[in-house]
Write a protein that binds this ligand. Structure first.
Ligand code: IPD
Ligand code: CA
Ligand code: CA
Length: 254
């Protein structure tokens, strides 16, 4: 079945309304720790429940994999959902968090949307058809010099005990660029690459639900998506998304 942009956008916006009903009433939102540094809020659970039901109603032929509820039967053709990417930011009342929904068919990402309800920015891509932000076509930045680049990254607070915790790489790259940013939502970081707001993004030790939709959006906007060795593809444990123009220079520093 072909995916309807309108149906996908409607479902993602409705999920945004569910999330905002909690965000606007944060004092009464339950927050528990899945592990010492990993939060889950009532909103994460409610948004995922909404998306699971709405996507299943609109597209019953596809399975579902959500961060909070896990995997359903059909994992060959499936929706991949992070109900709230940036839960720490959400729980603190900051605006930079998003809802991430991707459709994967036989291992191929074919549709994706990332919606930041507090910013009212909705990114969407269908494979082969380009990427949009709030309905308008977007493309990666034309920057070709790493020295003039603005780059986003993330530090896996959950994985800070790892020897490879990104701090050394961050220091190495920070010395060579104009600016580094840590926004707090990997899905949105990838959309910022797509929109030319940053020239590249990298992070390590993520999961597919963090990056599936954003990676498709960045790719459809003209970006390159590789691992830290430059192999094409979406590798959540080592994701490097660039505008293409600074790819080679940045790859050498990874
Ligand atoms: C997190 C965000 C963050 C990244 C973390 C992720 P969550 O997702 O994407 O930017 O640095 O590693 O776990 O836990 O808020 O869904
Ligand atoms: Ca996430
Ligand atoms: Ca999440």
């Amino acid at each position: 079945m072909t995916i309807s942009v309108d149906i996908l956008e409607k479902i993602v916006r409705e999920a945004g309304s569910v999330a905002m009903s909690y965000f606007n009433n944060l004092n009464n939102v339950g927050v528990v720790k899945k592990s010492p540094r990993d939060l889950v809020t009532d909103a994460d659970v409610a948004v995922e429940k909404f998306l699971k039901e709405a996507l299943n109603k609109a597209y019953p032929e596809y399975g579902f994999w959500g961060e909070e509820s896990g995997q359903s039967d059909n994992q060959t053709n499936r929706w991949i959902v992070d109900p709230i990417d940036g839960t720490h930011s959400f729980a603190k009342g900051q605006y930079f968090w998003s809802i991430s929904v991707a459709l994967e068919i036989d291992g191929d990402l074919v549709a994706g949307s990332v919606f930041a309800p507090a910013l009212d920015d909705l990114y969407l891509a269908i494979k082969g058809q380009g990427a949009t932000k709030n309905g308008k076509a977007i493309s990666v930045s034309p920057e070709t010099s790493l020295a003039d680049s603005m780059i986003a990254t993330g530090f896996a607070c959950l994985r800070s005990y790892l020897v490879e915790n990104n701090l050394k790489r961050f220091c190495r790259i920070a010395e060579k660029t104009t600016g580094q940013r840590r926004f707090g939502s990997a899905a949105m970081d990838l959309c910022l690459v797509a929109d030319g707001q940053v020239d590249a993004f990298w992070e390590q030790e993520l999961n597919l639900y963090d990056v599936a939709a954003g990676a498709l959006i960045a790719k459809e906007a003209g970006g390159t998506i590789t691992d830290f060795k430059g192999t094409d593809g979406v590798f959540p444990k080592q994701i490097l998304a660039t505008n293409g123009g600074i790819f080679k220079e940045l790859l050498e520093l990874m």
